[in-house]
Design a protein. Structure first.
Length: 176
């Protein structure tokens, strides 16, 4: 088995992956073995409580309540989804041209702007990178985007912020 993409919840208890062919796999923490889960996705994201969001090659969005749940197709079309928050309450996504969406009250709300990557932490702090590498940060749905120092091609936010630049050098920031 080789995975094309992987995501892990905050404490490492739930690890999900997608193969290059779109097969879905689950791994319970650090021990155990990979088990294949029914379905096909191109990208997957897991919340701290184990709830999972995924996107297919055609942009269909799916949700399931952990490994023992079943896939439920959600309204909308996305090319990428990210989720965080103790109960998976912070769900953000990107459209095919980098349009930004946030799940708000069970519906997708459009957020002005276009980005190439996005991530959210458990407190709802969002980091995004635009095509020219500028980094933006916002807290939740209603705050404005704030330009951050540096140029990256991708960032990941948790209790710290990590980023990769165009030269594939890794950078770290102690607080989001």
């Amino acid at each position: 088995m080789s995975l094309n993409q992987v995501d892990v919840n905050g404490n490492g208890a739930y690890v999900w992956g997608v193969s290059t062919g779109g097969s879905i796999y689950f791994h319970a923490g650090y021990s155990g073995a990979w088990q294949q889960v029914h379905g096909h996705l191109k990208q997957i994201a897991v919340a701290p409580n184990g709830h999972v969001w995924g996107v297919t090659n055609s942009g269909h969005i799916y949700f399931r309540k952990g490994v023992h749940g079943s896939w439920r197709r959600m309204a909308g079309i996305l090319s990428y989804v990210t989720v965080n928050g103790d109960q998976g309450e912070h769900v953000w996504g990107l459209g095919s041209s980098g349009q930004i969406y946030v799940r708000n009250g069970g519906l997708w709300k459009s957020i002005p702007g276009r980005v190439q990557s996005i991530d959210v932490n458990k407190d709802g702090v969002v980091y995004a990178v635009v095509r020219v590498g500028r980094i933006y940060r916002r807290t939740g749905v209603n705050s404005p985007w704030q330009l951050q120092q540096g140029v990256m091609k991708q960032v990941s936010v948790g209790s710290t912020v990590w980023g990769v630049n165009a030269a594939e050098k890794l950078y770290y920031r102690a607080s989001p």
